[in-house]
Design a protein around this ligand. Structure first.
Ligand code: GTP
Length: 292
């Protein structure tokens, strides 16, 4: 698999985020709830430096709830507040402003003690491509329109989106790339549709997906394909799934390309239910507690 992690793009994106840092009080780091580690930019800590941050696990509607819960706890153990949301229907969105207020409570108290007037929290969203940045901004902006719609003369400023009285959001998000060069990260991003299919090998992806299911979701794999493990000889497994799904070529042979596509489609279309591809294991839990 050859996926490039363009250093030029990365440097430019990084500069753009860093230029805007001084405008905001807090960074909303948007990550995919299905892969809370793989969908992060590995250099994010360096990029945002010491700026307070709220981790937002988006697309929680598609992730395994038990895992999402563990991830929120994992980040809390590392000293980062995290909330899980669904930007499409707005579920969990009310937690965003509250969490930001909590994170900045000390700073606000200090400002108040100095006699400064309370003002809205200023935030910027950053995240990898396709993680849902625009969807979240639009969803938050809608909330604003609903709130200010009855007030003539209240117009949205160019650069800031008002979200209620308490929050202002920069209207352009910062894009930061994931760590493409890591083979497994690339496969996970591809399985969730964050990377275009044209740059990955479908069979590799299907095999990775199957192996992942057999380890973490064997029951669901059994329900759909009637197997609980992936045969060492992959042909056997592909034959089995091909027969079960009637995927035959013109000469009556199993069409392996199509089997691979079916497997990937089944995973993406949630035929195995809500899946998380980054799993919190004991090792990670221990590391988080030790770090905090
Ligand atoms: N199921 C689900 N889909 C979502 C959610 N948020 C965003 N999406 C979908 O994810 C896709 C990408 O969303 P965008 O908002 O365009 O992502 P983005 O981060 O702005 O993408 P770039 O412009 O490429 O950086 C779209 O198809 C959205 O409908 C969510 O919470 N749940």
């Amino acid at each position: 698999m050859t996926i490039q992690w363009f250093p030029g793009h990365m440097a430019k994106a990084r500069r753009e985020v860093q230029e805007k840092l001084k405008l905001v009080d807090i960074i909303f780091e948007l990550i995919d709830a299905r892969l809370p580690l793989s969908s992060r930019n590995p250099m994010i800590d360096e990029v945002i430096n010491q700026k307070p941050r709220l981790l937002i696990l988006n697309k929680a509607d598609m992730a395994d709830e038990t895992e999402t819960h563990k991830w929120v706890q994992y980040f809390a153990n590392k000293g980062h507040m995290a909330v899980a949301i669904n930007s499409l229907d707005g579920k969990g969105l009310q937690k965003v402003t509250k969490a930001a207020q909590e994170i900045l409570a000390d700073k606000w108290a200090r400002m108040k003690a100095k006699g400064m007037k309370p003002r809205a929290i200023r935030a910027m969203i950053v995240g990898i491509p396709n993680v849902g940045k625009s969807t979240l901004i639009n969803r938050l902006a809608k909330k604003n329109i609903a709130k200010t719609g009855n007030t003539p003369g209240v117009t949205k400023s160019q650069q800031w989106i008002k979200v209620g009285k308490e929050l202002e959001l920069l209207d352009t998000p910062g894009i930061l790339w994931p760590k493409f060069e890591d083979q497994e990260v690339g496969l996970k991003l591809a399985l969730t549709g964050a990377i275009k299919d044209t740059i990955i090998n479908m069979e590799d992806l299907a095999v990775y997906g199957l192996r992942f299911l057999s380890i973490h979701y064997p029951k669901r794999m059994e329900e759909r394909y009637g197997i609980t493990f992936v045969h060492e000889n992959l042909v056997e497994t592909f034959d089995h799934i091909g027969k079960r799904r009637n995927v035959f070529g013109p000469g009556g042979e199993i069409d392996y390309d199509q089997v691979a596509e079916i497997i990937v489609r089944d995973i993406r279309n949630q035929h195995f239910g809500k899946l998380s591809f980054d799993i919190v294991d004991e090792q990670l839990e221990k590391e988080a507690v030790a770090e905090s």
